[in-house]
Design a protein. Structure first.
Length: 119
């Protein structure tokens, strides 16, 4: 057996850990913490084996980790939705909407600074 290849149960455990770290980052909320988790989450997803390649002996442990990862994903969704609501309500309170506007006036309004340009 190749010891360099990720074991299925450990790949599921890494996914679980990455999602739990994402929950922690969303709960803070600090963008830096969330960005730091992104690479671990990407690597954990890439390392997951297919169900057919999973050794039957590894399936119970992988199932337990994947169920825990599913629960962590649900927490991520709830925290992300709450954070989105907070941002939307904060902007609404300031009379601003959330969305994309290509004008520089939006950035100036949000930052409190005006751009001084001449054509």
């Amino acid at each position: 057996m190749n010891t360099l290849a990720p074991q299925p149960a450990s790949a599921a455990a890494r996914l679980r850990a990455a999602l739990e770290a994402t929950v922690d980052a969303l709960a803070v909320p600090k963008l830096e913490a969330l960005l730091n988790v992104e690479s671990a989450l990407t690597a954990a997803l890439a390392a997951l084996p297919t169900l057919r390649s999973l050794d039957p002996a590894d399936r119970p442990a992988a199932r337990e980790d994947l169920l825990a990862a599913k629960a962590a994903l649900a927490k991520c969704r709830r925290l992300g939705a709450s954070l989105g609501d907070f941002v939307r309500l904060s902007l609404d309170a300031r009379g601003q909407g959330i969305g994309y506007e290509s004008s520089r006036g939006t950035a100036a309004t949000l930052s409190g600074r005006a751009f001084q340009t001449r054509a």
